[in-house]
Design a protein around this ligand. Sequence first.
Ligand code: ADP
Ligand code: 5GP
Length: 187
Amino acid sequence: MARLIIISAPSGAGKSTLVRYLLTQDLNISFSISATSRKPRGEEKNGVEYYFLSPGEFRERINNNEFLEYEEVYPDRYYGTLKSEVDRILEEGFNVIFDVDCIGGLNIKKIYGKQALSIFIMPPSIEVLRERLEKRGTDSPKVIEGRLAKAEYEISFAPQFDVTICNDDYDRARSEILKIVTDFIQQ
Ligand code: ADP
Ligand code: 5GP
């Protein structure tokens, strides 16, 4: 049976880095491309990082019941997982990996139960999170403050996940996640 791997974390905890690493491993997994109504950033391309939709198109798909889960993070800014995306990956015979926020992650876990493994990536501390976001250099100081305020709230969801991995030392965290995902896929 194909498996679903859900990765959630506060922004800056290292979720994308760990997801990218898992995708290079011999796990037969494919990335679930989410839909969003935010504008592409930098080099982002439609159908690669996200399916970029207008807020109106997004709402139309909500009305057509096309989403497994979705959220309106603030007015007109939607993120969601299309049912068709998950079906496509499963039909191709791959396991699925999701990079979604904590609420989305818990919703997907609820739908798929034992077929899914929900993993929370924990930053070593809020201070370290701040340093990483500053070093990454993709956000303004104001955006970083917003992400840090949200992080405390998101960390409160950690106990509801199947597994929590602390991303302190990167090499340790990546071998831990590889072992956990490998064991789950092979069980
Ligand atoms: P997220 O996807 O959770 O927002 P990223 O994967 O973009 O986070 O990581 C945020 C920044 O922290 C990136 O610049 C990344 O290279 C760096 N980073 C990730 N993991 C570690 C780690 N264990 N130690 C130090 N820096 C890290
Ligand atoms: P960004 O705009 O930085 O790409 O993503 C912002 C947040 O939206 C991240 O926490 C990311 O995990 C989350 N996200 C991306 N896709 C989805 C999705 O399909 N559903 C939900 N619930 N969150 C998502």
